[in-house]
Design a protein around this ligand. Sequence first.
Ligand SMILES: [Ca+2]
Ligand SMILES: [Ca+2]
Length: 239
Amino acid sequence: MRRIRTALLSLMLAASAVACTSGSDSQGVGQADGGGAGTADESAGDSTEYQIDIWADNWMAVYVDGELIGEDSVPITTERSFNAETFTFRAAAPFTVAIEAKDFKESDSGLEYIGTDRQQMGDGGMIAQVTDTGRGKVVAATDDSWSALVVHRAPLNTECEKSADPDTTCESEIIDTPKEWTSADFNDRSWASATEWTSADVGPKGGYAEIEWDDGAKLIWGSDLKIDNTILFRKEITA
Ligand SMILES: [Ca+2]
Ligand SMILES: [Ca+2]
């Protein structure tokens, strides 16, 4: 499947290169320069077993080179759904880890506990590390070298937090999740860098302490722990 796509992509790139040199000048800037090296595919025999440990407030799904390898076993609608997960997978470096992380929100207002005396903006946070299980070595971990795209931000007007009708008064910014964003050759160069947060900022609990985190593993999120509700993260791992 992947081979075919790679071959098709090469053909398309070749075709557009011909089109460019033969006169048409209006395209090709955006993506033709994106993939490049990334498409040297692994043959299954060369793959290595890895595990990823991950903790998120409140929910996450993990993809490797476009394939879902695991998602949070506790539904996001579970109150205080804080838990760590460990997933194993096989891959050949370089490979791309893509993580969708969600802070719980009851509606697009961005608030939780709506209509109760606890109505508030919840906050998020996520940490992960990838270990080569054969060598017992952490080969990658979350930090500000990861790319991030916030696809759900709310409330933009934080003063709506105690509103009696937050679904009307709270404003949000919601963008479409890009197609193929989990694939190795997706071009994420327009994305922001993830923001590193301290454990004092995030207050990680429920499973976080059960994992022995590498010193290089940092809690990350968007630039705002409360307003950034759904975030896509990506990192190409070379080791
Ligand atoms: Ca939360
Ligand atoms: Ca939030």
